[in-house]
Design a binder for this molecule. Structure first.
Ligand SMILES: [Fe+2]
Length: 208
């Protein structure tokens, strides 16, 4: 491996969007190499929206027995750009119910999750409905971990009728969907008469 010159190191830092802070060039370069080797890039950010409520309860089962709508299970892991999974992260999620309504008085379909020892998270919900000010179904995320920039983003669904069966071409139909990467495949599992949608959404945090 050919050693990089100082100029090349700085250019690589700049290309990766890294700022040389208190760690100076040595810390910057170490971060640049760690990120390059991990091959992980931060999950795209997305708007927080107006319906966030602080102090969501710690709960992973957001749907109640008998709730209408398509049952939905979301799983994933939280990583950072160095490729290290984050067992110390919190994942806060909030969404509309199957009719596109947010609970603005209480905490239905809102929950705070703690990642497991492998950085994993999971919650049970229902497929969110559409609502007038938004084109696409979505779930909001706020992800935090020590030493990382908080990530605010949204999860979208490839099966959403808003994408007309072709999210690659049509994701821009919702002007707030700025990245195709946030639209995830939906796997239908379970009894054909009682399907459950399953989605995987991996999350990668930027380091401070
Ligand atoms: Fe929303």
């Amino acid at each position: 491996m050919t050693p990089l010159t100082r100029r090349e190191m700085l250019q690589r830092c700049a290309a990766l969007g890294l700022l040389c802070g208190g760690g100076g060039i040595r810390g910057c370069v170490a971060e640049a190499f760690a990120r390059a080797e991990s091959g992980r890039v931060p999950t795209p950010r997305n708007e927080m929206g107006p319906f966030y409520r602080r102090k969501a309860p710690v709960q992973s089962v957001l749907r109640a027995p008998g709730d209408p709508g398509l049952p939905l299970t979301v799983v994933g892991s939280v990583w950072d750009v160095r490729g290290e999974f984050r067992p110390d992260a919190t994942v806060e999620v909030w969404q509309a119910n199957h009719e596109g309504r947010y609970d603005l008085e209480g905490y239905r379909y809102r929950g705070l999750l703690q990642t497991d020892p492998r950085g994993g998270y999971r919650f049970e919900s229902v497929m969110p409905g559409h609502y007038p000010d938004r084109v696409a179904q979505h779930i909001h995320y706020l992800v935090r971990a020590p030493g990382c920039r908080p990530l605010i983003t949204q999860l979208y669904f490839a099966t959403d009728p808003a994408f007309d069966g072709d999210p690659d071409r049509n994701y821009g139909k919702d002007p707030l969907v700025l990245s195709r990467e946030l639209i995830r495949p939906v796997l239908l599992t379970g009894d054909p008469g009682q399907p459950v949608a399953q989605v995987t959404f991996e999350l990668c945090l930027e380091r401070l």
